[in-house]
Design a binder for this molecule. Structure first.
Ligand code: PLP
Length: 383
């Protein structure tokens, strides 16, 4: 690809970062804020880095309207480390049951890890038999653990691999047993729309989709849950301990300073374009354009996920041949031609196949227009 060609990066993560953020990071690379050093070279104990961390937290809180009784923690080990951390920090004891709602690959992994650590898991609903196509049974049929025996309810708001966005609306929250902490893996749709933080006990998100580069995981946790629900039968590895992380202002050890710095720039960028209200409208417009292109293709493109559960962030689709079957040959041709036009990282996850277009916050509408234009052209040439 020539250096002048515009590239549209549809990766599911690590993913596209807003162009103005990369340009600013480039300008500031060698000499941040006239301190004579790169952020990469600053001690995490320096006043300069402390100012970066506190500004990032302040902006993150402002964007998501995080109430004062919630702590923001910056952790490591990716979102995967949180699959273990929630069990260590929030299960309470092995007498309790943890409820998981499984809508795709990532909650399945979280269940496996909870079970591996010895937790009693109740899978409240599971879409595995449908290939995780979003077809959840009605909430009224879900069998939650009674509140007195329940440690928490866990779900993933956006299943990145399968392209399923969880229907976490008023109807969902009002159906939950009262008083049970709700934990959400929001790795792939955090900051993509407005949410009511008070509905949650704990939200976590790996950074490498809507926040910034890989290497840091952000946690939003209700203060009263920190250190009060640990499982006395387990010794928490020090790096997974929420209390130690909170007591040390997320700096028990060296945090991923550069990732946090870039996350801070992403927050400033999001504020500058109008925050969650603006990005939510944009995300809806972008994803609707792509789903409309699929819908109007007379079955040439097909999205496996049921309407009502389709993700605005990750859109998987298959390409069908004249024989009415998904065609790997056409999909290969599509990917090759798309790449030739600067549209990269569109290959579907290996477990799902086909194509997956990830349209995170930083993907400009122009990129979606380029993709839908190409899809239409490709369909006409290959139908
Ligand atoms: C929803 C979700 N949860 C968890 C993970 C795992 O994240 P990590 O690779 O940072 O551990 C991912 C990664 O893509 C994800 O999309």
């Amino acid at each position: 690809m020539s250096q002048d060609q515009k590239t549209w990066n549809f990766s599911a993560g690590p993913a596209v970062i807003p162009r103005p953020v990369l340009e600013r990071a480039q300008r500031e690379l060698l000499n941040w804020n006239n301190c004579g050093c790169s952020v990469m070279e600053l001690s995490h104990r320096s006043p300069e880095f402390e100012s970066i961390l506190s500004k990032a937290e302040q902006d993150f809180r402002q964007i998501l309207s995080i109430p004062k009784n919630y702590k923001v923690l910056w952790m490591q080990g990716g979102a995967t480390a949180q699959f273990s951390a929630v069990v260590y920090n929030l299960l309470g004891s092995f007498d309790k049951t943890a409820d998981y709602i499984v809508t795709g690959a990532w909650t399945s992994k979280a269940v496996e890890e909870a079970q591996r650590l010895g937790a009693r898991v109740n899978v409240v609903a599971n879409t595995k038999s449908t290939g995780h196509n979003g077809a959840l049974p009605p909430i009224s049929s879900w069998e939650f653990t009674p509140p007195s025996e329940s440690a928490y309810i866990y779900y993933t708001s956006n299943e990145t691999v399968h392209g399923v966005e969880f229907p976490d609306d008023e109807a969902f929250f009002s159906s939950l047993p009262a008083g049970v902490p709700v934990i959400c893996d929001m790795s792939s749709n955090i900051m993509s729309r407005k949410i009511d933080i008070t509905k949650y006990a704990c939200i976590f998100a790996g950074a490498q989709k809507n926040i910034g580069p890989a290497g840091v995981t952000v946690l939003i946790i209700r203060e009263d849950l920190i250190g009060t629900r640990v499982n006395p039968s387990l010794t928490i590895p020090i790096m997974l301990d929420y209390k130690i992380c909170a007591e040390n202002n997320s700096m028990y050890n060296t945090p991923p300073t550069y990732s946090i710095y870039i996350a801070g720039l992403v927050f400033e960028w999001l504020q500058s374009i109008g925050g969650l209200a603006a990005i939510e409208a944009l995300n809806l417009r972008k994803s609707s354009k792509l789903y409309d292109t699929v819908a109007k293709s007379d079955g040439f493109y097909r999205c496996p996920v049921k309407e009502g559960y389709r993700s605005r962030m990750n859109i998987p689709f298959r390409i069908y041949g004249k024989d009415g079957q998904a065609s790997k040959e056409l999909e290969g041709k599509f990917l090759k031609e798309a790449e030739g036009r600067g549209m990269v990282q569109l290959k579907g996850h290996r477990s799902v196949g086909g194509i997956r277009a990830s349209l995170y916050n930083a993907m400009p509408e122009e990129g979606v227009d380029a993709l839908t234009g190409f899809m239409e052209e490709f369909r006409r040439a290959n139908v």
